[in-house]
Each structure stands twice: as structure tokens, then as C-alpha cells.
Design a protein around this ligand. Structure first.
Ligand code: NAI
Length: 241
């Protein structure tokens, strides 16, 4: 159902990004993975996608760097011809209480999570505009909807991503380019490995943490939902309702 599309997924070497890459590959999209440092993990995801019958390549790029993003998008265009779907999934957390938080911890999280998405959208937009179609999926968080003590940097970056999503959706809708966000709750990945269970899980109405594949299912829906734009889709077991 995504056959003939090229999907660029940032942070695609593990966790939620890897699950989205494999889901999109299973639906027939060719896959371009942007990864920060672990080339071997990125290559393994590419091989798994190829086993599903599509083309896949990995590109090393720090999404916090505007020029690196420009080069990565140009490289993907060179290899695949274009980008049809952009998933801004790369993200980091550097949690700490406000009174103790360093300027660096705030800057790094905003630079990666929020500005990283802007960089990739900025460089993919000309391709979308030329093709008169495009789809952007930004991975936000329930932290961006509800706030979370100890995460003022992360919550600000993820709330900013929702504003970015809606502004881009309005600006590019006349050009047939859609932009949506997903707000995952607690999903079992490396990022949340330290959290595991107890009080957090008890607060989730459905009673368990989610799997990366649950977010990938939502990303697949948004890639295909041609009348949906500017939406924030929670995938959180009911946590933020
Ligand atoms: P993860 O830590 O397993 O994966 C994050 C990916 O982003 C990694 O592949 C990492 O290499 C990449 N990345 C980080 N900084 C980068 C940079 N500067 N340039 C390029 N790539 C970079 O985390 P997970 O859990 O898979 O998270 C994926 C996204 O989902 C993140 O944006 C995260 O904030 C968001 N999220 C995760 C939740 C969870 O419970 N796991 C909940 C809500 C949102």
C-alpha cells in the first residue's frame, strides 16, 4: 500500500524508528534510514527491510546539524530520486529537575528533538513541493501534551513539535503535503529501559507499556490517511486522555 514511495526515517536504527522502517517496508515503501552513530544497527535494519522486498540504505547524520541534514537529504535524493514520506523520529532525553538543569541539557534536547525535525522538513519540503505531494510524521510525546516533572527540556521540545506540525500542516496543505504527529506514551525501548514498571504503568488505563510496533501501526495509518493533516494521534494506552 506504500509501494512506489520512498520513506526517510530519522533515528531508524533501533526502537520506534526501526519498527516504523520495517512496517513501511512491509507495506512496500523503499527505506532511507538516518542514524546518529551505530552503523551496524542501521545496516541490520536495512537488511531486514530488504528481506521484505524493498530497497533500503542507511545515512549517517546528526539531525541537530542543519548542513548535515541538507547533505543527507541530497544523498537520499541521489540514491532514490526523491523523498515521499519523512518521519522525524530521532530524539533524546536528558532528564533532570529544573533547578539543576544545565543550559547544555536544555539546548541538546531542543536541538535534536525540535530543531532536528525543522531541519529535515526544511530540506525535504522542496522535494515535496516539486512533486505536489508529501507526508510528514513527527514523533512527539505525551510529555508534550501533559508536561512531566523532570522533563522541562523534553516536554518543551515535544510540545514545540506539535506547534511545528500544525503550522507546517496549514502552510503546506494547499500543496497536497500533509503533516501529522504521534504522541506515544510509555513504549518499551532503550529510552525507557530504566523506567520499566511500577507506578508509571499503573497510571496507564490499558495497564501495560506499549510496543514500538504500536507506534509503527499509527505511523502507517498516517502515511496512508490522505484526508488527515494537523492531527496529533496519541498512542499511549489512554494515559493522556
Ligand atoms: P531510542 O533511544 O531507542 O531511539 C532514538 C533514535 O534516535 C536512535 O536511533 C538514536 O540514534 C537516534 N538519534 C538520537 N539523536 C540523534 C541525532 N542527533 N541525529 C540522528 N539520530 C539521532 O528511542 P525510542 O524510544 O525509539 O524513541 C524514538 C522517538 O520516540 C523519540 O523521538 C522519542 O522522544 C519518542 N518517544 C519515545 C517514547 C518511549 O516511551 N520510548 C515515548 C514518547 C516519545
Amino acid at each position: 500500500m506504500l509501494k512506489g514511495n520512498v520513506a526517510l526515517i530519522t533515528g531508524g536504527s533501533r526502537g520506534i524508528g526501526a519498527a516504523i522502517a520495517k512496517k513501511y517496508a512491509a507495506l512496500g515503501a523503499d527505506i532511507a534510514i538516518v542514524y546518529a552513530g551505530n552503523a551496524q544497527a542501521a545496516e541490520e535494519v536495512c537488511r531486514a527491510c530488504e528481506a521484505l522486498g524493498v530497497q533500503a540504505r542507511a545515512y549517517r547524520c546528526n539531525v541537530a546539524d542543519f548542513e548535515e541534514c541538507k547533505r543527507a537529504v541530497a544523498a537520499v535524493k541521489g540514491d532514490f530520486g526523491t523523498v515521499d514520506i519523512l518521519v522525524n523520529n530521532a530524539g533524546i532525553a536528558k532528564d533532570g529537575m529544573l533547578a539543576m538543569m544545565s543550559k547544555d541539557a536544555f539546548d541538546q534536547v531542543v536541538d535534536t528533538n525540535l530543531k532536528g525535525a525543522f531541519h529535515m522538513i526544511r530540506h525535504c519540503a522542496p522535494l515535496f513541493i516539486r512533486a505536489r505531494k508529501g507526508c510528514i510524521v513527527n514523533i512527539s510525546s505525551v510529555s508534550g501534551l501533559m508536561g512531566n516533572a523532570g522533563q522541562c527540556n523534553y516536554a518543551a521540545s515535544k510540545a514545540g513539535l506539535i506547534g511545528l506540525t500544525k503550522a507546517v500542516a496549514r502552510e503546506l496543505a494547499p500543496r497536497n503535503i500533509r503533516c501529522n504527529a504521534i504522541a506515544p506514551g510509555f513504549i518499551q525501548t532503550d529510552m525507557t529501559a530504566a523506567l520499566s514498571d511500577a507506578p508509571l504503568v499503573q497510571a496507564i488505563p490499558l495497564g501495560t507499556m506499549g510496543a514500538p510496533e504500536d507506534v509503527a501501526d499509527a505511523a502507517a495509518y498516517l502515511a496512508m490517511a490522505k484526508y488527515v493533516t494537523g492531527e496529533v494521534l496519541r498512542v499511549d494506552g489512554g494515559l493522556a486522555m
